[in-house]
Write a protein that binds this ligand. Sequence first.
Ligand code: HEM
Length: 51
Amino acid sequence: MREHMPRTVPGVLNDRTDLAAASYLLSKNGVPTGETELTIGSTWTIRIASR
Ligand code: HEM
């Protein structure tokens, strides 16, 4: 997202907006919340277990 989106003006997302967009996508796709708060660092290592 950070490198390629938005398509017309890539690079405008910051930590806060990046995390908000990622959280929204995960939430809308039914991914359950984890035990620790989602941070920019954790988005690189997130593991989604099968339901
Ligand atoms: C995981 C996150 C995302 C994925 C997988 C994704 C994927 C894509 C893809 C495949 C396209 C079409 C690319 C192309 O035409 O070459 C696209 C276009 C676009 N995306 Fe994303 N996107 C993501 C997040 C975002 C976010 C967060 C924003 C805004 C902040 C955004 C804004 C846009 C815009 C403005 C376009 C162009 C739409 C158009 O051509 O009419 N995207 N995205």
